[in-house]
Design a protein around this ligand. Structure first.
Ligand code: CP
Ligand code: NVA
Length: 301
């Protein structure tokens, strides 16, 4: 494993496979305490339910002590620089978990910290989510080579992390995003250049959904984009996952969503709460995968 967990792009296929198997082991064995005597500082500049609770519970289950720091408390970029936060937290703690707006602040934090830094979501990527989702696919017996994953909606941080994974594992990744809402160009080009996966943009969701084993969506308005909400509702309206779109999908396809969902926008209740949805397993698996990430980075297993 790398020193930090900043993006999936930095992992090797071997790292990904080891994380999946450690996740399975830690899910079954709740007695392991590899973080005994260790503390983890957790910075949240944006809201969170799943990430905050799963990391906090995960650190405690592994025998460690989490310290949650809000932006109001530490003032990232106002009261304190990333340099000082990285240096100071490294003198007290064994790892830093950070949810931030600007990805560059995460990189700066990791540069100055002498302890592992974990990306708990930035505007650019959400690697903990996609690694947990990969485990969910394995748990549901869906993780075969060239699995067809169709993402419908906004080309956001979730898509960027899927693209980074597609640069490591062979997937058939279809992105159905409106014009102007494509994922990060550099990450997209890099994933295509690696030649590991087949990656395509198919604008029409009815066409994109046809071959999907997995249908994935996320909010049209990510945290920090609230002022754009009305425009986005208009631009994305035909990208909703609903019963009429699902008529074009394969009968054994499953539906994924990282949550929080804007019910009735990117997805209807009927689909989100339906039999083919695995969203609650996705949420639970954040806990197991993040325990594996912490244990691997702290080299305690
Ligand atoms: N999926 C996810 O990261 O959820 P939270 O924003 O609640 O942490
Ligand atoms: N794209 C969403 C993901 C939330 C987990 C956001 O950044 O708000």
């Amino acid at each position: 494993m790398t020193q930090d967990f900043l993006s999936i792009a930095e992992l090797t296929r071997d790292d990904v496979e080891k994380l999946l198997s450690l996740t399975e082991r830690l899910r079954e064995d709740k007695t392991a305490k590899p973080l005994a005597g260790k503390t983890v500082a957790m910075i949240f500049q944006k809201p969170s339910l799943r990430t905050r609770v799963s990391f906090e519970v995960g650190v405690v289950q592994l025998g460690g002590h989490p310290i949650v720091l809000s932006n109001e408390g530490i003032g990232i970029g106002t009261r304190e620089s990333a340099q000082d936060i990285g240096n100071i937290l490294s003198r007290f703690n064994d790892a830093i978990v950070a949810r931030l707006f600007d990805h560059q602040i995460l990189l700066d934090l990791a540069h100055y910290a002498s302890i592992p830094v974990i990306n708990a979501l930035t505007d650019l990527s959400h690697p903990c989510q996609i690694m947990s989702d990969l485990y969910t696919l394995q748990q549901h017996g869906r993780l075969q080579e060239n699995i067809s994953i169709t993402y419908i909606g906004d080309g956001n941080n979730i898509v960027n992390s899927w693209l980074e994974l597609a640069g490591i594992l062979p997937l058939r990744l279809t992105l159905s995003v409106p014009h102007g809402y494509e994922p990060d160009k550099q990450i997209f080009d890099e994933a295509v250049k690696k030649g590991i996966s087949s990656i395509q943009i198919v604008r029409d969701p009815k066409e994109a959904i046809k071959t999907a084993d997995v249908i994935y969506t996320d909010t049209w308005t990510s945290m920090g984009q609230e002022q754009e909400r009305n425009k986005r509702l208009f631009d994305f309206w035909t990208y909703q996952i609903n019963a009429s779109l699902m008529k074009y999908a394969k009968s054994d396809a499953i539906v994924m969503h990282c949550l929080p969902a804007h019910r009735g926008e990117e997805i209807t209740n009927e689909i989100l709460d339906g039999k083919i949805s695995v969203v609650i397993d996705q949420a639970e698996n954040r806990l197991h995968m993040q325990k594996a990430i912490l244990a691997s980075l702290l080299r305690t297993t």
